[in-house]
Unconditional design. Sequence first.
Length: 212
Amino acid sequence: PVASGVGFSRIFKDLGATHVVSGGQTKNPSAAQLLDAARKANANHTILLPNNSNIIMAANQAAELSGGKVSVVASRSIPHGIASMLAFNPDLDGKANIDAMTAALDGVQAGEVTIAVRSATIDGVSVEEGQPIALLNGKLIAVGATPNEALLNMLDQAEIEVGSLVTLYSGAGNPDMTAQEAARSIQLRYTGIEVEVLDAGQAHYQYLISVE
């Protein structure tokens, strides 16, 4: 998988990944780097998780260069990648795992909270430079006076049902008490759900969020 931050690297390795390639929104690894990591796995067949829509093309190129030894599960975000990893079963063959991991992508809504780098109107939403903004499944849908407010405004537009799990992956520089306060606010806002906070340490994003 491709990931940014020591927290996400640890999470993916705990889930069974053999190698984590450093990369993300502003640091896209090349096809050669991805192929090199896949070869270091020393497996008969390796599955790549790009975890960013901007990296899928390089991952597909790596797979083409591998001579059939590498496949791609087109995860568009870190939350999608984690859901995909959870679907991996070492007792299944490569095709069965690829099918299961790909199917898992549809069960996750992925959110992002970051800071606008310029004033603009994007996807019909007006934002000011320096304003906290929130995206859901890659689309800008909410803003807020604080990252936590943008997060809550985004979740109001997500599909959250009784029994849902909301996971907050807190970024570098985001105080733990702020993340815990966000979790409490979510728990109070929606009944019958579970909220989990993990310190992932990613750059550029106060939160990455999964709703399952």
